[in-house]
Design a protein around this ligand. Structure first.
Ligand code: B12
Ligand code: SF4
Length: 409
């Protein structure tokens, strides 16, 4: 049976350096498929999708809200040809009711241990409209190595340089930050994978460079230190979300190959200045994640903040606009206050203003978004900063003998 698994196209942030990472949800889901299912994977972000292609059954994996409308178009096209479509992934869980209108079946939750049932039902002609496993998580031990063999890896590089492979050592997050929907998805429970499974998967990845996509590594100090100790012999180089702000942990992270972190820079305090400095002191680069449009942001505040960002020598920065994704506290507040003026999910890229800011016009906030990108990369353009980041990883690899020049064929 041929199962065609699709990752729909989504719009990248304006001004962001153009490179495409491989998606993780579909390759993890593919690992949970019954052994007799032949899977063909198309990532529409790097290759064209022909909606007239042959398939017995189609799966669509949707991660972002900005992707959902394309997912629906694709689902509608296959269903018009009589091919059954199942949808799953993060944004499917967030927009479940809307997906029900476009899919034969909507899968909510994590795939491990559940795909046999789905495929048995499909074969028996009894596919269910909804498989709802929300907050009913499979045992974390059942998460196997992602099935990266379905990816066309040659397509994921930046100017011929090998990009990262995605990997996760845990699921869930115990925090509940204002703009984030992970609480809704993961119920605030932190679920680390067993170390033997983590090491087995890491050792099997034919790429020295990784993006550890765990929501935040800084959730359990002991676990984090153990994870880094286990990783040291593997000599991988990796980027991740925040690491615990603690010299001992940062030291272990550096030994374990920490290359750079995505760190939210929420203000211009000494705390942030020192936080960034501590990463740098351990040889870990910092890509700042800067969210614009909070209720206390004014034009002047953002401009002064921008100067601060340049002063603390962030290695890279990603500017985004506050976006009221469904199932977040941001959505609840802004929707309740009647401040959202666009519910067109294609605008929910984090690069477009879809709500009325408190102390600015929407146009001014949009202008400030471009101001920040342009100002931050004025003296050293993004391509140059990106090259410096890549050079850092190459230097680390050369120092421990793991450097492999890999260029596009
Ligand atoms: C990796 C990641 C990225 C990568 C994506 C790489 C790629 N090529 O796609 C990158 C870094 C590019 C990225 C970017 C963004 N991201 Co992001 N990202 C994530 C992250 C950290 C992990 C996703 C993941 O891989 N999870 C692990 C996999 C295994 O889980 P999963 O996808 O749920 O898959 C399981 C199930 O869903 C199921 N499943 C999956 N697919 C299918 C399909 C079928 C048919 C079935 C049956 C089942 C099924 O099986 C899997 C195994 O159980 C999540 C947060 C999180 N931890 O979930 C945020 C997250 C998805 N991102 C988010 C956001 C906001 C963004 C940005 C828009 C903004 C930003 N700056 O972060 C940008 C994009 C900006 C732009 N327009 O350019 C939000 C989503 C909000 C939304 N509603 O859209 C999240 C939830 C983070 C958050 N804190 O809120 N992101
Ligand atoms: S933003 Fe990150 S740390 Fe905060 S709740 Fe979401 S996943 Fe957790």
């Amino acid at each position: 049976m041929k199962f065609l698994l699709i990752y729909p196209k989504w719009e990248k942030l304006d001004r962001q350096t153009r490179f495409i990472l491989p998606p993780h949800g579909p390759v993890v889901m593919a690992a949970a498929l019954p052994a007799d299912v032949e899977v063909q994977f198309i990532d529409e972000n790097v290759e064209p999708l022909d909606v007239n292609t042959d398939a017995d059954f189609v799966g669509i994996s949707t991660m972002l809200t900005a992707q959902v409308k394309r997912s629906w178009e694709i689902a509608d096209a296959f269903r018009a040809r009589g091919i059954k479509v199942i949808c799953g992934g993060i944004a499917t869980m967030l927009h479940a009711e809307e997906f029900e209108k476009h899919a034969d079946s909507v899968f909510l939750g994590e795939a491990e241990g559940r795909m046999e049932q789905v495929f048995d039902d499909f074969r028996a002609g009894g596919l269910q409209k909804i498989y709802n496993y929300m907050q009913n998580f499979p045992p974390i031990e059942s998460v196997g190595p992602a099935r990266r063999s379905i990816l066309n890896r040659e397509l994921y590089n930046y100017r011929g340089v090998q990009m990262v492979d995605l990997f996760h050592a845990s699921r869930g997050c115990r925090f509940n930050c204002y703009p984030c929907c992970v609480r809704f998805l993961g119920g605030r429970s932190f679920r680390p994978r067993p170390f033997d499974k983590v090491v087995e998967e890491l050792a099997g990845i034919d790429n020295n460079r990784l993006f550890i996509v765990d929501n935040s590594l800084a959730q359990d100090r002991e676990w984090e230190m153990e994870l880094f100790k286990e990783m040291i012999p593997l000599k991988k180089k990796w980027c991740a979300h925040p690491i615990e702000d603690d010299d001992k942990v940062l030291d272990l992270a550096a030994q374990a190959g920490a290359w750079f972190v995505y760190q939210t820079i929420f203000d211009s305090s000494d705390f942030i200045r020192d936080r960034v400095k501590r990463y740098h002191d351990h040889g870990i680069a910092v890509e700042g994640s800067i969210l614009l449009g909070l209720d206390y942001h004014t034009e002047d505040y953002i401009k002064r903040w921008m100067d601060f960002l340049l002063e603390i020598e962030l290695d890279m920065a990603e500017f985004t606009i506050l976006t009221p994704f469904v199932h977040t506290r941001t959505f609840d507040d802004l929707h309740h206050e009647g401040r959202i003026f666009s519910y067109d999910w294609s605008n929910y890229t984090c690069g477009k203003v879809v709500f009325q800011p408190k102390l600015m016009t929407p146009e001014k906030l949009q202008e400030m978004y471009y101001y920040c990108w342009d100002r931050f990369y004025e003296e050293e353009p993004a391509n140059y900063k990106m090259f410096k980041m890549l050079k850092k990883v190459m230097d680390k690899e050369k120092a421990d003998g793991t450097y492999k020049p890999r260029v596009r064929k």
